[in-house]
Design a binder for this molecule. Structure first.
Ligand code: ME8
Length: 647
């Protein structure tokens, strides 16, 4: 099935400080999604850029003793030049101070003014410079900005307003009738909740006497445009949208496939301000708005004032851009928050990349060099062992699109790594280093299978680690495949010269603080730190984001048997639609194995696997104790497709 073209955008980053890990994450995510999309045969256009007007940027320029234009001319390069070093390949970089953008914003304002969508009025409210938004008294939290926690200033002045309230019903209607318009779904509920409080009109001007750094209003030279009205327009100004109504080819080609990736803190501005602006201008709404969670540091949002900002430049320089990309994409479930720590990054590098993937490539290359003069041997006829690997490779490629379309990038990566672990096990089980003496054909077969398996893994991980995986593919002596459809078993020709001399992913030492905590005398300190990081507050409550991290899904039991030597345990194979899991559950005293087959249950999906009675259990089934000492399994009523997320 052909894929429709996708227009993928990041937010425009404010030029009030240098880029940090949150910005880097958003750009890396969009880059990886674009690369996956192209691997699936789709076309993409990737836009990013910088938000250069407004009070926040003006203040930052003042603090440096610079004119705002000189400040943004210099600082935008910190973003523009950083992205290629993180292997991010955008198609366009827009600055809101560029004439091509200012012209469109001016056109928008004139059109809305001419259409009677803008009026002048007196305004009184609380302004947050950090969020660049007005708030009502009721919206403040402890007298501070509800979005950023920053200070607010009381302002009373004459301003211009966009009749946003007119579009409340149309917007609500669109959100409710287009379930995946705002992703993930709990963010759509948040926007609907905001609308239910009643939508006011939007102040879209700032008097020049208070702020001159902005685009002048075309119908009143004493005012400049509100920075959000200005910045949001970038998504169409970059496509050359014209207010005169003539569409451009770029607009017609890309706008129907618009996907805005944003952080959860700018949900309202995108899902309410931007959408109502578009409704008023008669421009179709974007296809999706995708809100990601935050990278936290010590369970708090990174911010300059708290001083817990992680510098992506530093991480990239030490560990390399692709390792940083791998960590950020693997350890964030899109839509939820995640804690950033250098220690976690090093552990991921060492376990997944250095150990599972890098070591396998090195071992295979070493054996091919030793026994076959560095030339990939003939595979011969596959046995059941090889067929299992080939089937897993096929399954991985077939399921990849599903995970990416569901924005489960962490899952796409994890499934790929499970395949890599399977390859490692296959290599150990078939032991070519032993069979070379007794059965050289078997050794040739297993080394061929590992090399070809590595080619599959490298192709599928290419969007996550473009440079490192291109190195791996080149080391296997083959041309990269551009499209997943072309990834068929047997792409490595026997006789190909392998060139994997250097370690792809060196092992790294844990950062000093983590090492110190791992030593016995500091055990108490570690426990204290763990307690501090624990998601349970003193009152026993967990916050919403932590709760949302628990993935509950509907699972269909397809096989069940008693665990030998235990009265309590059943071993179940459950289907999650596109995946089968093995779960060991302590329900045998209440449910027989036969009665379980065909039942639907609720599974905690993202519980770390553990061994029960030496059997790996991947998840937990939920049940309630009954008054008579029995057990009642939980199940969705009515039955839902296996794998459906339960909220
Ligand atoms: O909001 N983790 O710009 P911005 C994840 N100019 N994402 C984070 C993050 C973190 N710790 N910190 C920030 C703006 N972000 C506006 C956007 S769009 C027309 C205008 C994300 O530089 C944040 O959530 O403050 C936001 O989506 C993006 O970085 C830009 O933040």
């Amino acid at each position: 099935m052909s894929r429709s073209p996708k227009y993928l955008t990041t937010p425009l980053y404010y030029l009030n400080a240098k880029p940090h890990i949150g910005h880097a994450y958003c750009s890396i995510l969009v880059d990886a999604v674009a690369r996956y999309e192209r691997l699936f045969g789709g076309e993409t256009y990737f836009l990013t850029g910088t938000d250069e007007h407004g009070q926040k940027v003006d203040k930052a320029a003042q603090a440096r003793g610079m004119e705002p234009q000189a400040h943004v001319d210099e600082l935008h390069l910190a973003f523009k030049d950083l992205w290629p070093t993180l292997n991010i390949a955008y198609d366009d970089f827009i600055r809101t101070t560029e004439p091509r953008h200012k012209q469109v914003v001016t056109g928008f304002l004139q059109k809305l003014w001419d259409d009677g969508e803008i009026y002048a009025d007196d305004y009184e409210g609380w302004y947050s410079t950090t969020a660049e938004r007005f708030f009502t008294e009721d919206e403040l939290v402890d007298g501070r900005c509800p979005d950023s926690g920053g200070e607010v200033t009381h302002i009373k002045e004459r301003n211009y307003f966009f009749k946003m309230s007119k579009y409340e019903d149309a917007l609500r209607q669109h959100i409710t009738s287009t379930p995946d318009f705002i992703r993930p779904p709990h963010r759509a509920n948040e926007v609907l909740g905001f609308l239910d409080k009643g939508l006011g009109d939007l102040c879209i001007s700032r008097p020049k006497e208070r702020l001159s750094w902005g685009i002048p209003l075309p119908f009143d030279a004493e005012y400049v445009t509100y920075v959000w009205f200005d910045a949001l327009s970038n998504y169409v100004s970059a496509l050359g949208w014209s207010s005169t109504g003539e569409s451009t080819k770029a607009f017609d080609d890309w706008w129907p496939g618009a996907n805005h990736f944003i952080g959860k803190d700018i949900l309202t501005t995108h899902c309410v301000y931007w959408t109502t602006m578009l409704l008023a201008l008669g421009i179709p709404l974007p296809k999706h708005i995708i809100a990601t969670g935050w990278w936290l540091s010590d369970d708090r949002k990174m911010s300059k004032s708290i001083g817990n900002v992680v510098d992506p430049l530093g991480m990239k320089d030490v560990y390399g851009p692709d390792v940083l990309r791998y960590f950020l994409l693997r350890d964030m479930v899109i839509g939820l928050d995640s804690n950033f720590s250098e220690e976690a990054l090093v552990r991921r590098n060492n376990s997944d990349l250095a150990n599972d993937l890098g070591n396998l490539a090195r071992r295979a290359a070493g054996l091919v060099t030793r026994y076959f003069d560095g030339l990939v041997p003939e595979p011969g006829a596959p046995t059941d062992d090889e067929l299992a690997v080939m089937n897993a490779a096929k399954g991985l490629a077939a399921n990849l699109m599903g995970w990416v379309d569901k924005l489960q990038i962490h899952q796409a990566i994890e499934e790929t790594m499970q395949f890599v672990r399977q390859l490692n096990k296959y290599m150990t089980d078939t032991a070519p280093f032993k069979t070379i003496k007794t059965d050289p054909q078997a050794a040739a077969r297993s080394l061929y299978t590992v090399v070809e398996g590595l080619r599959h893994a490298a192709t599928v991980l290419g969007p996550v680690m473009p440079v490192k995986m291109a190195e791996l593919v080149a080391g296997l002596g083959v041309e990269p495949v551009e499209r997943l459809d072309d990834l068929t078993w047997g792409g490595v020709a026997p006789g190909t010269k392998l060139g994997l001399e250097t370690a792809l992913f060196p092992r790294r030492d844990l950062p000093v603080s983590a090492e110190a905590e791992a030593t016995p005398p500091k055990k108490k300190k570690k426990a204290k730190a763990a307690a501090k990081a624990a998601p349970v507050a003193a009152d026993g409550n967990i916050d919403f984001d932590h709760f949302m991290k628990v993935e509950l899904v509907a699972a269909d039991v397809i096989e069940a048997e008693k665990v030998e030597g235990s009265d309590k345990l059943l071993k179940l194979q459950v289907s999650l639609g596109d995946e089968t899991r093995q779960v060991v559950s302590g329900i045998a005293e209440h449910y027989s194995a036969e009665s379980m087959v065909g039942k639907q249950v609720v599974l905690v999906k993202n519980l770390a696997p553990r061994k029960i009675f030496k059997i790996v259990s991947q998840g937990m089934i939920i049940a309630a104790d009954t008054a008579d000492g029995g057990l009642a399994l939980m199940a969705p009523t009515p039955r839902v497709p296996a794998g459906t997320r339960i909220h």
